[in-house]
Ligand binder design. Structure first.
Ligand code: ZN
Length: 130
């Protein structure tokens, strides 16, 4: 059973690493594929890179409902078509959220991004969420 914990700075590093791979794909598409194959293959390659990146991120993250506090996962398709926003915590740190409809209570709220971890990893580190 997977658990959800608050993200820490190491998770941001993980996100940056995935983002760097994604940017690498874009650069390759623009610098190599575009002069060679033209616009559409470049466009499709960038879209595929973006999809891959979101798929990777979706698998290791979840969202916590702002109304009932329960954690849930969103499919890659939903993640792909919704935009992320950055919010500020009362203590001055920042967090990432999306306006999502909660599958538990059915209400729309600012759902906060959390890390999805295995039960073993969750022990000891981070605050446990319901
Ligand atoms: Zn809810």
């Amino acid at each position: 059973m997977a658990r959800y914990v608050d993200r820490n700075k190491y998770d941001w590093f993980g996100t940056i690493w995935k983002l760097a791979v994604f940017l690498g794909v874009i650069l390759l598409a623009i610098l190599v594929v575009y002069p060679w194959k033209g616009f559409w293959p470049t466009f499709i390659m960038i879209l595929a890179g973006l999809w891959m990146y979101i798929g990777l991120v979706s698998r290791s993250t979840g969202y916590v409902c702002g109304k009932c506090g329960k954690a849930f996962q969103v499919p890659t398709t939903v993640n792909f078509f919704t935009s992320s926003a950055i919010g500020k915590n009362p203590d001055g740190t920042y967090y990432s959220y999306k306006n999502l409809t909660c599958p538990h209570c059915g209400r729309q709220s600012k759902a906060r991004l959390v890390k999805r971890v295995g039960a073993r990893e969750a022990r000891g580190s981070g605050r446990m969420l319901r």
